[in-house]
Design a protein around this ligand. Structure first.
Ligand code: TYM
Length: 334
């Protein structure tokens, strides 16, 4: 039987190069292989954890859907849907919530980071931490386990969440019999965490992203903003501490990586290195950018694709949730 891939993106903003190299590109590459089947989705319930701007969630949903399609996702081959169109997912999240040790959630990085932030600001540790953030990994486990995915292509920041899904699945299986596949994260090692403009992890919450499908001129402007040290042209530069080089690696062939390494040793000017980086990224994204722009102008078409995907997803989730309910003792009398 086929290896099943599943991954999702939270609808809180415009997709960026980190989402692309960490999740979208590897997921789409895997989906083409006939020995695989894929489930890709828009995590809109996850968005509510950190975003209370309805328009932003709504607009982001269209942008992320258009991005997947523009990057070559084939909705005939892939089950492509919106989380909120599959009500069996939040239902499963409840079943899993009752199988999850509170202590496990205390260890989640995203929750701990929020707590640490509050402590640093001399606030109450749990100040402003909503229950959505606390149990976020359980909803994510429901996403993955609902469709019994084997492999979850993600950036390194999500590995812990996939491991938690695996733990929760194991505990459920232990109590109620073998119901779930134990999922595994797959991480593309070249680009495990893409850096943003300021050298930290590229992230919507740091405001340091390079959006994926910027118009050419704006893409160039963003690349010019990548932080570099003050070394002058002619002075050798260290590729391994450079964001420009790190992003180059995520897009270049191995030969191109070696050539750029040499150029750094030879003291390439930052302006020149960025010009080359722009050309490299632009060449990979130009075609998708046109399709993206066209799709943004046709939201009803995108919606129709998502509805067709939800129907396919629910064909399996409705059946499975009935089995799971029965397994925990929730079934018709008589
Ligand atoms: P999200 O929306 O934060 O990010 C989507 C995907 O992009 C990856 N990513 C990165 N990869 C490399 N470098 C970066 N700088 C970078 N920034 C983001 C993330 O690792 C992720 O793979 N909880 C998830 C969404 C989700 C999900 C799921 C994923 C919900 N349910 C089930 C997989 C399976 C999230 O917030 O991703």
């Amino acid at each position: 039987s086929k290896t099943r891939f599943l991954t999702g993106i939270t609808t809180t903003g415009t997709p960026h190069l980190g989402n692309y190299v960490g999740a979208i590109r590897p997921a789409i590459r895997a989906s083409v292989d006939d020995s695989t089947e894929s489930f890709f989705f828009l995590a809109d319930y996850h968005a509510l954890i950190k975003c209370t701007e309805p328009e932003r969630v709504h607009e982001s949903t269209l942008q992320i859907a258009a991005t997947w399609l523009a990057c070559g996702l084939d909705p005939e081959k892939v089950v492509f849907y919106r989380q909120s169109d599959v009500p069996e997912i939040p239902e499963l999240a409840w079943l899993l919530t009752c199988m999850t040790a509170k202590g496990l959630m205390n260890r989640a990085h995203a929750y701990k980071a929020a707590v640490d932030d509050n402590l640093a600001n001399q606030e109450d540790a749990d100040f402003g931490v909503n229950m959505g953030l606390f149990s976020y990994p359980i909803l994510m486990a429901a996403d993955i386990l609902m469709f019994n995915a084997h492999k979850v292509p993600v950036g390194r920041d999500q590995i812990q969440h996939v491991e938690m899904a695996r733990d929760i699945a194991g505990r459920f299986n232990h109590h109620y019999g073998e119901r779930f596949v134990l999922p595994e994260a797959t991480v593309d090692d070249n680009v495990a965490v893409l850096q943003g403009l300021d050298g930290r992890k590229m992230s919507k919450s740091y405001g340091n992203t390079i959006p994926l499908f910027l118009p050419q001129k704006k893409l160039q402007k963003h690349i010019n903003k990548i932080k570099t040290n003050l070394l002058e042209p002619g002075e050798p530069k260290d590729p391994d501490t450079s964001t420009v080089f790190q992003i180059w690696q995520a897009f270049a062939t191995p030969d191109q990586v070696n050539e750029m390494r040499q150029s750094f040793a030879d003291g390439i000017a930052w302006g020149e290195a960025k010009k080359q980086l722009f050309a490299l990224i632009d060449a990979e994204l130009a075609e998708g950018r046109d399709r993206y722009e066209q799709l943004l102008a046709k939201p009803a078409e995108v919606e129709a694709v998502l509805q067709a995907g939800a129907e396919k997803a629910r064909a399996s989730s409705k059946q499975f949730i009935t089995q799971l309910r029965a397994a925990v003792g929730i079934r018709p009398l008589g």
